[in-house]
Ligand binder design. Structure first.
Ligand SMILES: CC(C)(COP(=O)(O)OP(=O)(O)OC[C@H]1O[C@@H](n2cnc3c(N)ncnc32)[C@H](O)[C@@H]1OP(=O)(O)O)[C@@H](O)C(=O)NCCC(=O)NCCS
Length: 177
């Protein structure tokens, strides 16, 4: 067993200067948070992350039961923000998920933004992220934040494009076999 260190960025954005939320791609619709959609968030999260680098850093993301437990933890946490927690659906399928929580300092923390591989590069990730940030803003918050693995080039580029700036660099220690 060895320990690997993964470089991560904490990035932040002012919520009173968000770009406008555009229309969803054709056929897509918003699904607001309700306890009845917890398992849908969990399953789409699993589909989004199972093949990704973040599933090595946070093994629960690569496991269906782990994703279900994570969703239960997030949605029962004290700072959970339903208005910042969304799914995007097309037909009977869910394409992406995002959740929001307020941390102890009153900052809106984006959790686990994910879009299934087949639905990427259509603007769905951008829409989910903005919808969640507007949810924080409507809940009265002024700062949004997230953490991203530095090697997740596409995600970092998306966040920069929307106006996120790097606030801190962290190293996440992971036991690897
Ligand atoms: C990161 C992630 C959420 C992005 O989702 P996405 O739906 O592909 O994001 P978008 O489509 O909004 O943006 C991705 C690119 O598509 C482009 N795009 C947006 N709308 C488009 C359209 N209609 N046609 C073509 N391209 C489009 C965007 O310009 C963007 O390119 P750029 O960032 O190089 O400028 C997704 O790749 C993912 O789920 N990855 C795995 C999980 C993960 O790592 N999550 C982040 C954790 S911090």
């Amino acid at each position: 067993m060895s320990i690997a260190y993964y470089k991560r960025f904490r990035m932040e954005i002012d919520l009173d200067r968000l770009p406008p939320l555009g229309a969803l791609p054709e056929g897509c619709r918003w699904v607001a948070w309700h306890p009845a959609v917890l398992s849908s968030h969990a399953f789409v999260k699993f589909r989004c992350f199972r093949m990704e680098l973040d599933a090595r850093i946070f093994p629960c993301l690569g496991d269906q039961h782990g994703c279900a437990q994570l969703m239960r933890d997030i949605s029962t946490r004290r700072g959970f923000v339903p208005e910042a927690t969304w799914l995007i659906a097309r037909g009977n399928d869910y394409l992406g998920t995002v959740q929001g929580v307020i941390d102890r300092t009153g900052v809106g923390m984006i959790q686990n933004l994910g879009v299934i591989p087949e639905a990427r590069n259509q603007g769905i990730g951008t829409s989910l992220l903005l919808q969640s940030l507007y949810g924080f803003y409507e809940a009265g918050l002024s700062l949004g934040m997230l953490e991203v693995t530095a090697d997740n080039i596409g995600a970092v580029r998306l966040y920069r494009r929307l106006g996120f700036r790097r606030a801190r660099t962290l190293y996440k220690a992971v036991n690897e076999v």
